[in-house]
Design a protein around this ligand. Structure first.
Ligand SMILES: [Zn+2]
Ligand SMILES: [Zn+2]
Length: 181
């Protein structure tokens, strides 16, 4: 019987691999019990779920293979190694809605992430509509472009394991721009 807990995975491109270990002869990393690929959004949750189920975990770079959040191998049952397959569907994290602002055309790696908010009635902080990425050189232009479109940009840090290109926009389906309100 597999003893792997249900993992919070989504099928989006994975950039991180999490290994789960079981105890063997008093060594907490005695046996490799599972190896699962996850997207940056689910890495921490996957580690939490695995550790809650009693596994020791190790977080590694995803490698060069194209994997999806949820792909992996389950070795918890030594008589039946199971291949884990990422879900194909799931809630999309972005929509194809067009952003109302024009960002610099640039292919440099992004160094900042900007959260884009629009004001929403009755909501003090408004609606979190999008994440926008910018390189050092274009962060001011990007904030200005967002501001001209009557939106607010809050500069936030980039997660260390996320790689984005300057000018990338992710519109959240839950926000005003994504059509939820
Ligand atoms: Zn995921
Ligand atoms: Zn740039």
């Amino acid at each position: 019987m597999s003893t792997l807990p249900t993992l919070p995975v989504c099928g989006r491109p994975a950039t991180i691999r999490v290994e789960a270990y079981g105890t063997l002869d008093g060594n907490p990393c005695g046996t490799l019990d599972a190896s699962v690929y996850v997207c940056p959004d689910h890495a921490a949750q996957t580690v939490t779920v695995l550790e809650a189920a009693g596994f020791a975990t190790r977080r590694l770079a995803g490698g060069t293979e194209v994997k999806r959040c949820g792909d992996g191998m389950d070795f918890t049952d030594p008589t039946e190694v199971r291949t884990l397959t990422a879900p194909v569907s799931g809630v999309p994290d972005t929509t194809s809605a067009e952003p109302p602002f024009k960002l610099p055309e640039c292919t440099a790696p992004a160094t900042v992430r900007l959260e884009v908010y629009s004001s929403a009635p009755g909501d003090l902080y408004g609606s979190l509509d999008a994440s926008v990425y910018a390189c050092d050189r274009h962060s001011i232009d990007t904030v200005t472009a967002v501001w001209v479109a009557n939106l607010t940009a809050h500069k936030v840090g980039m997660a260390p394991d996320v790689q984005r290109t300057c000018g990338e926009v992710h519109i959240f389906p839950t926000g005003t721009l994504g059509g939820a309100r």
